[in-house]
Design a protein around this ligand. Sequence first.
Ligand SMILES: Nc1ncnc2c1ncn2[C@@H]1O[C@H](COP(=O)(O)OP(=O)(O)OP(=O)(O)O)[C@@H](O)[C@H]1O
Ligand SMILES: [Mg+2]
Length: 306
Amino acid sequence: MALRTRGLTKRYGQRLAVADLNLEVRRGEIFGFLGPNGAGKTTTIRMLLGLITPTAGSIEILGQDLRRQPKLVLPRVGALIETPALYLYLSARDNLRVVARSLGGISERRIDEILELVGLSSRQKDRVKTYSLGMKQRLGLALALLHDPELLILDEPANGLDPAGIVEMRDLLHQLVAQGKTIFVSSHLLSEVQQICTRVAIIRLGRLVTEASVEELTRGRGEFVVRVEHPQEALRLVRAQSWGTTARLTERGELITPAPDGRGRELNRYLVEAGLIPDSLAPVTLDLEQVFLQLTGDDVAMGGKV
Ligand SMILES: Nc1ncnc2c1ncn2[C@@H]1O[C@H](COP(=O)(O)OP(=O)(O)OP(=O)(O)O)[C@@H](O)[C@H]1O
Ligand SMILES: [Mg+2]
């Protein structure tokens, strides 16, 4: 296990910023930590990095207790919280050199390697103040990677980035996981998390709402969306079947229906045998956005999405 919290709690006066949080992040995965503004993401991350002390609960990182072994644990972790602290009048390379010197034992070759990885090699001599937000964010990540940490804890790394910057960040995170790193990444950009994470925890008002695989969350209820030439007729037929009583039509005239034995091919066979050949037939999957809104209690109807 790369990261495990038990009953993690942080109280600010009367306000419970994080309440009884149990998280488990496996080695080698990209784990998404999702929640609306004020949910407690940054507070949790600050506790994970030993920057603030929990009111209660425990944190285990890479198999070690953080409170008991901070000096063993923290050098194995890399972090990016909010906007990284950068020397704007220095180049990217010099920013890395400053941190390398304070860490000790980091070669110029390692700096080359990191600059290459985050895609800043060609701009490494320019002052950081001339950089775009995306470049600064990637430099922040470079600083966090310098000492080759096993676990990366990133607080909203895509925050403020434009679509191209988000794609670059996503590619970079994929590359890091391919190298065997574990990534814990917070976000409120749900579509983004859906694309990069294998599992997510959703928090709201400091409390865990759910922890599940993205696949589980978005799987839907085993229904299928069918496009067919005569949807009304298909609906009537399907409704008359024991497995199809909950079938319905969308506003766009698509048939949403369960399948015999839950199997798409059986649904297909049924429709074809009834003389209604589907133009298309696919499982209904939910957008993480819809799941999130539903789980966090916002009163938004959950619809199917293909
Ligand atoms: N130092 C502090 N003193 C008092 N309250 C705090 C402090 N830090 C955070 N809080 C409160 O704790 C709650 C959680 O805040 P936190 O910053 O962890 O949320 P977040 O999920 O990171 O939100 P965002 O998406 O806006 O970054 C909020 O209600 C916040 O006001
Ligand atoms: Mg935050």
